[in-house]
Design a protein around this ligand. Structure first.
Ligand code: FAD
Length: 530
């Protein structure tokens, strides 16, 4: 707690304040409150800089919590804008092949350059601009372009996503560096101070394009529509990869950052008898509510009372454990859209995204149940270590059949899911391909259905109406995380059996989200440099 100040000494102080919502963005109000807290006349506060901003919506009167750097009797020192640059590569720079241009691959490439190594990034999909045009057929005609969609292409699954940048890791050190690098490439500066930073799918493509420009300017390469289909393996060492066009690309090391939807890569590794492990994942549905309903519950608004302008679309998180399995909300998107995240034409997979403004009238979230490896045993005889992928795929194919065509998703009101009957009609949805009434309770595995039902009833107690008639379920949310881990040594981060193979990011089982994938990319690049 700052002390009342010495009358004469200029100083810089850090001050935490709790303010009314009206003062959320009001610098004059911050200055006045900081002066009061420091016991000074307001005229002596010469500048304030926001360090942290969060909302406390536990009471009806929402409060704003800010941490400020406060200058007294002297100007605030300038803070340089976050930047990313690197010296030119040495002539003898080692070449590192990076497969996948998602957050893990891109941050690995930038870190490689910082460490004097030349990254060659290979990406099966298209650059972010061309990729955008491939989202129209999946949304409008229900046709999936298998190498260019919501999961594959420049920026990976993170580009057309919700762009939430929350992470359980502390916001200091490497996490702060991830935010700074994003800001240096055009992300809004607010992500540096917001407690729940978010970018949005309208801004993300430009951020990843700017990151690609940095990789190229730093001396690296990025090749789109370059799908890796084979590995160059000799005597337990990986020398490079083979592309679908038959080109061999070699390097000192290969960072494999292909994400959790690159099932062909898991199959390739399994066929080459490269050690893989089963790991837990989660499956379920997208649940959608009208955003005003979630706002009213989370901000304690009266019936039909509009959300105050200064408040963002409200979010929520619910979680419980039922019969030894987690049941929880996943990747909640306030003011967002449900999108088809399928990567093949025989499946329907749903996920959520949003724009920076988060102003759609819908709130959607995954509602998922943990699946342990043993729950997938019935697929093990045929699929071995890839039994979890077979489990996911079975649900995705069932969703396609029950949806009835294209990317139409099987759908059910929550009340009907609980009662075990097909919905006579469906509420409006943000999911462009639409929903088709279907018995989700019969299509999903019984263990998932029973836990989801119990979970919904519990969550309805926490957020009354959560399991009400306006709540819609769309199937299925299967790509929460990878059902497979590509193991690596704790010390070198190399695969335990294949030298110079560095599994990385979400697909290898070491990340779950944009920031953690970026962190893993940087960490693996450092391990490669070692
Ligand atoms: P990916 O992003 O999956 O990238 C892997 C890349 O590898 C892809 O571009 C793919 O095309 C490429 N690739 C695959 N196979 C090959 C091959 N054989 N040859 C060449 N290239 C290949 N996370 C959050 O933190 N916040 C969110 O709000 C959020 N919202 C999401 C919304 C949607 C719709 C989706 C689909 C995901 C969302 N996620 C979100 C998850 C997040 O996007 C992922 O956790 C993250 O992108 C994982 O990063 P990655 O680099 O490990 O893998």
């Amino acid at each position: 707690r700052p002390q009342a100040c010495d009358d004469a000494a200029p100083m810089i102080e850090t001050v935490d304040l709790i303010l009314p919502l009206e003062a959320s963005e009001d610098e004059a109000a911050w200055k006045a409150a900081a002066a009061k807290k420091l016991g000074l006349p307001p005229t002596r506060v010469t500048g304030v800089r926001l360090l942290k901003h969060s909302l406390d919506a536990r009471q009806r009167a929402v409060k704003v919590q800010v941490r400020l750097e406060v200058a007294v009797d002297e100007p605030l020192p300038d803070e340089p804008a976050p930047a990313w640059s690197t010296p030119p590569l040495p002539a003898n720079a080692k070449t590192i092949v990076i497969v996948g241009c998602g957050p893990a691959g891109m941050f690995a490439a930038l870190r490689c350059l910082e460490l004097g190594m030349k990254p060659i990034v290979l990406e099966r999909g298209k650059d972010a601009s061309a990729r955008r045009f491939d989202l129209a057929p999946i949304l409008r005609q229900g046709t999936v372009i298998e190498d260019s969609n919501y999961c594959f292409g420049e920026g990976g699954a993170g580009t057309y996503s919700d762009g939430k940048l929350y992470t359980r890791a502390t916001k200091r050190g490497p996490v702060a560096r991830v935010y700074e690098i994003l800001v240096a490439h055009g992300a809004p500066e607010r992500i540096l101070t917001d407690a729940h930073p978010h970018i949005g799918s309208n801004l993300l493509p430009n951020v990843v394009k700017a990151m690609r420009a940095s990789i190229l300017e730093g001396g690296g390469e990025v090749r789109f529509q370059t799908k890796v289909v084979d590995l160059i393996l000799r005597e337990g060492r990986l020398h490079g990869v083979v592309t679908a066009a038959g080109e061999e690309i070699t390097g000192e090391a290969v960072i494999l950052a292909t994400g959790h939807s690159a099932r062909d890569i898991y199959r390739l590794l399994a066929a080459k008898k490269i050690l893989l492990e089963r790991k837990p994942f989660a499956v379920g549905v997208r649940i959608e509510h009208p955003q005003p309903f979630i706002d009213a519950k989370q901000y304690h608004l009266k019936r039909d009372e509009p959300r105050p302008d200064l408040l963002p679309a409200a979010r929520y998180a619910v979680a419980t454990k039922i019969e030894d399995r987690g049941v929880h909300s996943f990747c909640m998107c306030p003011g967002g859209f449900i999108v088809p995240a399928s990567t093949e034409n025989d499946e329907v997979v749903v996920n959520g995204m949003s724009l920076a403004r988060r102003d759609s009238p819908f709130a959607n979230s995954g509602l998922v149940v943990t699946v342990e490896p043993e729950d997938t045993d019935r697929f093990a005889a045929e699929h071995g270590v890839l039994s979890g992928i077979a489990y996911q795929k079975a649900l995705e194919v069932a969703a396609k059949q029950a949806g009835g065509g294209g990317q139409v998703a099987p759908a059910q009101r929550v009340t009907d899911f609980l009662a075990g009957k097909i919905s006579a009609d469906l509420p409006e949805t943000s999911y462009f391909p639409g929903g088709n009434p279907a018995p989700l309770h019969e299509i999903m595995p019984a263990g998932v259905v029973s836990r989801m039902r119990t979970g919904l009833k519990l969550f309805d107690r926490k957020i009354p109406g959560y399991a009400g008639k306006e709540a819609l379920l769309l199937g299925f949310e299967t790509r929460t995380s990878s059902p497979v881990r590509i193991p690596r040594r704790d010390d070198t981060l190399e695969h335990p059996e294949v030298k110079q193979l560095f599994p990385c990011g979400e697909g290898a089982g070491y990340a779950g989200g944009i920031v953690s994938a970026a962190l893993d990319g940087m960490r693996v690049a450092e391990a490669v440099a070692q």
